[in-house]
Design a protein. Structure first.
Lengths: 151, 498
């Protein structure tokens, strides 16, 4: 476990960001987390434009995507990523409050790699985030061209 | 006419006809000889001519010629000098020739006249037959309940049956001779020129027309026109049949109106369903987040401040956490409940026995370590949505498990009895804490609980969800029980595809 993949988090709610980062922090997974606050910013990051024009063009190792987002919503972001030759390899995990079946079905139809409903109970939430982070940022071999960092 | 018929139109047998020739000549001869005896002279000539005329008239030309020949011979033999020979004296020749010529001419005239008379009779009979037929047809047209009238090419009514009288109110006498469209104030769906053009092109036309009765009320009729052409192929008359479809029209209008209303209501229901769905969707997204944050931050607070918090503060924090968790469960249950109403039911044949087994293994964490005697009877196949029925069974059975918790020897029985071949009644019986039948009507309401939550946890949505599921399957759900002796829950459900 000497390689840590970059996590791109797309989340508009600052409290959720804080709680998620806290959870990741308990397992020292926060170093390589990039937080974007809406769908547009997430796409800017992925396409290296706007505030992210200077970054290296490598893809994140995993993307944690909320569905209800300002400007461009999560499903739209997912659709764009999975329709793009260069981006479609990025593993995308939908991390959302909603247990609605139609969100789930739509996400899987667009080719999401995992769908996680944020548990209300904080312990369960921390566990879920930890397992997600450990699996996608450490255990999983990201596709070639992803940003990773020796731990 | 009837008596002449056999003599003129139906010739008697040959023997009779030629017999008449012989007999008439013999009679004329006999009379002539008799007259001669009594010194009446020169009567033979008209007598023979009479016989000839009679024979030709009644027996036709053939016997007529025979009569002429026989008369000539008799005349020759008996009345020309020298008599009783066929020899004709020179002085008698002119008289004889006159007789023969006269006889021949008379026979010929008679024959011609007879033929003319015969033809006349024939055509008269035919005409009478046709008239009889037409009369019969007309009275048949009168018999039908359909409205039929005939008009000529100037739209003047020439025939008007009883059905027309019944529908429009005018008698045949009143209607005949009137202009049809003016009398009935016919309203056409298309310009009348187009209607006429189609009629002339195809010899028929069909369509809905509006007409007016004698009392001024309007009727809608399904009208069919047929064109009659004369021998030269010229359009001669139009036969028009009309069926009153006003009632049908009215019913169609009513149905259309009802359909419109239904569509409106459906749209309204759809709109409110959509609203409900949007509502549930935003609850799912937006209501859960703050609850999660409450739980999360309280947890963090507890962790950060654990050293400075006294026992009371820790209990407060725990209560906040519990409440947040409970709120989360409530939201989830409420969403599941609303989903039953919104989700599309996918009906298949469901093996109830297998479903119960699945549910029991799912509930194993709750039943582990408990002393429960299960009695599960033979269960039938049902027709319904598998996942919904499963949810209903989970609720029923976990309730039974939950409310027998205080019993050292819990007994839970699942069975069924068939009400008839179409419906099945399934029951889940336990020996748990039961309930007071006074509150039986509250069992299936949302958020209705009959036990304090300290004793038995739960949100009070489970049985409401169950009821919704069973109602969606066209079934019924009810319960029997008494306090402290147990409860039995029943549901009826169709056994087969409806």
């Amino acid at each position: 476990m000497d390689i840590l993949g970059r996590i791109l988090m797309v989340e508009d709610d600052p409290r959720d960001v804080e709680l998620t980062l806290t959870a990741l922090g308990e397992y020292n997974l926060t170093n390589e987390v990039v937080v974007t606050r809406d769908g547009k910013e997430a796409l800017d990051y992925l396409y290296c434009r706007g505030n992210f024009a200077d970054r290296t063009s490598d893809n994140p190792a995993v993307m944690l995507l909320d569905l209800k987002l300002p400007k461009v919503d999560g499903l739209e972001v997912l659709q764009q990523i999975k329709a793009d030759e260069k981006l479609k390899m990025i593993p995308v995990v939908v991390l959302t409050s909603s247990r609605e079946e139609r969100d789930m079905v739509a996400s899987y139809k667009h080719g999401v790699n995992a769908y996680v409903v944020k548990p209300v109970d904080f312990h369960e939430f921390v566990n879920a985030i930890k397992e997600l982070g450990v699996f996608w940022a450490i255990i999983n071999e990201p596709p070639p061209g992803s940003i990773t960092k020796g731990k | 006419m009837e008596e002449q018929k056999p003599s003129l139109l139906n010739d008697p047998p040959l023997a009779q006809r030629y017999g008449l020739a012989v007999v008439s000549v013999a009679l004329a001869l006999g009379l002539a000889i008799l007259c001669e005896r009594f010194n009446f002279r020169e009567v033979e000539f008209p007598l023979f001519l009479f016989a000839i005329a009679l024979t030709v008239w009644y027996a036709g030309p053939g016997p007529g010629i025979l009569t002429v020949i026989l008369s000539s011979l008799s005349f020759n033999f008996f009345f020309t000098q020298p008599i009783y020979t066929f020899y004709v004296q020179r002085s008698e020749i002119p008289q004889y020739i006159i007789f023969v010529t006269f006889a021949g001419l008379l026979a010929w005239f008679s024959a011609v006249r007879r033929r003319a008379e015969k033809q006349l009779l024939q055509s008269r009979n035919e005409l009478q037959k046709q008239v009889a037929e037409r009369t019969q047809q007309a009275s048949l047209l009168n018999l039908t309940h359909d409205t039929i009238f005939v008009r000529d090419m100037k739209d003047v009514i020439t025939y008007w049956n009883r059905g027309a009288q019944e529908l429009f109110g005018w008698t045949a006498e009143e209607a005949t001779g009137k202009h049809a469209h003016r009398l009935l104030q016919t309203g056409f769906p298309a310009p009348i020129e187009e209607v006429q053009a189609e009629l002339l092109r195809t010899d028929r036309w069909e369509g809905e027309l509006q007409k007016t009765k004698v009392d001024g009320s309007r009727v809608v009729v399904a009208s069919r026109w047929s064109l009659r052409r004369d021998d030269q192929g010229r359009a001669a008359a139009i036969l028009e049949t009309n069926n009153d479809i006003s009632d049908r029209k009215r019913r169609e209008d009513e149905i259309r109106q009802l359909n419109d209303e239904l569509a409106e209501r459906t749209a309204a229901v759809e709109a409110s369903n959509k609203e409900l769905e949007a509502f549930a969707y935003s609850i799912s997204h937006d209501l859960r987040a703050p609850v999660r944050h409450m739980a999360g931050y309280t947890e963090l607070l507890q962790k950060h401040a654990s050293t400075i918090l006294d026992e009371k503060s820790i209990r407060y924090i725990l209560t906040i956490l519990e409440s947040a968790k409970r709120m989360g469960t409530l939201i989830d249950d409420l969403l599941a409940f609303s989903r039953i109403g919104r989700a599309e039911a996918r009906a298949t044949t469901v093996n109830l026995e297998q479903l119960v087994k699945d549910v029991l293994s799912e509930l194993q964490p709750e039943t582990d370590g408990r002393n429960i005697a299960w009695r599960i009877g033979a269960l039938p196949d049902l027709y319904g949505d598998r996942s919904m029925l499963r949810l209903a069974l989970v609720n029923f059975i976990s309730n039974a498990v939950k409310f027998t918790r205080t019993r050292p020897h819990a007994e839970i029985e699942i069975g069924c009895f068939e009400k008839n071949s179409e419906r099945v009644i399934v029951f889940i019986k336990d020996n748990g804490v039961g309930f007071d039948m006074k509150y039986a009507n509250k069992l299936f309401g949302v958020f209705q609980r009959l036990h304090p939550s300290e004793a038995f946890e739960g949100t009070g949505i489970g049985l409401a969800t169950v009821q919704r599921i069973i109602h969606r399957h066209g079934g019924r759900v009810w319960a029997e029980g008494s306090e402290d002796t147990g409860a039995t829950f029943f549901f009826s459900i169709p056994a087969h595809r409806r």
